[in-house]
Design a protein around this ligand. Structure first.
Ligand code: HEM
Length: 291
């Protein structure tokens, strides 16, 4: 048990949870990033509801949303960290795990601040249906991300998180990784999105995605085909998104800077702080620290 407020000790224990030889591509990092994003991506700026405050995914109303399928795995991986540091709230732990995972997989430092509180019941859990639907296109992305307060450049930068991890048939129905090394944060997603010949494919479960297989690879050396979601491919046919795809494909440093900024912004949605950085909106929630 660490001292309350010792976030460096928590960071170390999150790092210790990342290596998972028997899971996916050997790392819990990608699913931690997705957990952090889905905890925050319910934010609605107009009503000032949703967002990472509250950790509503602990309740069926939010945790059982089909959009969150598979994230119980990430929460279970983080439970030993919560047990060792019971003073941290789940909402802080899940967002911190996303930031730590990005950094550990070779990505930028993402600014993260503590102070989120956890809901005491499910009465303030945001309604389902606020997270994006990967089967749709550019208009839908704008509808979802403008609602949170993001612009077109930020939508493209955020999409670059698909450098990490994979689609799972038993979670979203999509299948496969976006890049060859899905546990290494880079701008490869943008380079592959622009430069490969993505072919539409309907999977046996009826899900439509895009695939690429290297036609020159010898039969016995064929790697798992790479995948893009319809929303990923929609970035290419939009006059406002495409220039950012090109910029991030060319300039890894620019992408890293912009991703660090936009991911930090995502994790802060709906959280109001005083000039000392303390969170002031804690209505109907309580801190996880009970003295
Ligand atoms: C995985 C959709 C944006 C991070 C996925 C999956 C889907 C999806 C369908 C596969 C889930 C599974 O089967 O396990 C979308 C759509 C987005 C979006 C439609 C709209 C732009 C984001 C953002 C982030 C993110 C903003 C983070 C900043 C991830 C990560 C994974 C993932 C890291 C891999 C998870 C794993 O390997 O377990 N996303 N996503 N996504 N997404 Fe997104």
């Amino acid at each position: 048990m660490s001292q309350p407020g010792d976030y460096d000790a928590v960071r170390k224990d999150i790092v210790a949870q990342l290596k998972k030889p028997d899971y996916d591509d050997g790392s819990a990092g990608p699913v931690f990033v997705r957990l952090a994003w889905h905890s925050a991506g319910t934010y609605d700026a107009k009503s000032d509801t949703g967002g990472s405050n509250g950790a509503g995914m602990r309740y069926e109303a939010e945790g059982g949303d089909p959009a969150n399928a598979g994230l119980q795995v990430a929460r279970a991986f983080l439970e030993p960290v919560k047990e060792r540091h019971p003073w941290i709230t789940y909402s802080d732990l899940w967002t911190l795990a996303g930031a730590v995972a990005v950094k550990e997989m070779g990505g930028p430092d993402v600014k993260w601040l503590p102070g989120r509180t956890d809901f005491v019941d499910d009465s303030k859990v945001p309604p389902r249906g606020r997270l994006p639907d990967a089967a749709q296109g550019a208009d839908h992305l704008r509808h979802i991300f403008y609602r949170m307060g993001f612009n077109d450049q930020e939508i493209v930068a955020l999409s670059g998180a698909h450098n990490l991890g994979r689609g799972h048939k038993d979670r979203s129905g999509f299948d496969g990784p976006w890049v060859n090394n899905p546990t290494r944060f880079s701008n490869q997603y943008f380079r592959l999105l622009l430069n490969l010949d993505w072919k539409p494919r309907t999977l046996s479960n009826g899900v439509k995605q895009f695939n690429y297989s290297d036609p020159d690879a010898a039969e016995d050396e064929k790697e798992e085909p790479l995948m893009m979601l319809p929303t990923d491919v929609s970035l290419l046919s939009d006059n406002s998104f495409l220039p950012w795809v090109k910029k991030y494909a060319e300039d890894k440093e620019l992408f890293f800077q912009h991703f660090a900024d936009v991911f930090a912004k995502l994790l802060e949605l709906g959280i109001r702080r005083d000039d000392k950085g303390s969170v002031v909106n804690t209505d109907n929630v309580r801190g996880g620290y009970v003295s």
